[in-house]
Design a protein. Structure first.
Length: 113
């Protein structure tokens, strides 16, 4: 019991600092989506590890995996090509992910052509 309490005490501050990535900007150029993220990456133990393009109903049109932390590069922009947006759709949503907190609840609205 005592060991569990000590472990929880040591882990809680790390979880409290585990913030989801913030989507600062996004833009569409043709079939490519460019997204700028900010996240307090600390290294391999905690970093923004992806983002995805979704329709309003949550249908995923594409996912950009981020394979490494960006501790020294904040904010940063990454792109995802070959995103097919269905005809008639005027906006898509960007959702970001962190390797600690998972997919964020907040979605960035991007008006598309």
């Amino acid at each position: 019991m005592r060991l569990a309490l000590i472990a929880a005490t040591l882990l809680f501050p790390a979880l409290a600092l585990a913030e989801p990535p913030e989507i600062l900007a996004a833009e569409q150029r043709g079939d490519t989506i460019h997204v700028t993220l900010a996240h307090p990456d600390t290294g391999w133990d905690h970093y923004a590890d992806g983002w995805q393009v979704e329709l309003e109903d949550g249908t995923v049109l594409g996912t950009r995996t981020l394979f490494h932390p960006h501790v020294e590069e904040q904010p940063f922009t990454r792109s995802l090509g070959n995103v097919t947006i269905p005809e008639g759709v005027t906006q898509v949503f960007i959702r970001a992910r962190c390797n600690v907190t998972g997919w964020g609840d907040e979605r960035f609205v991007l008006q598309v052509e």
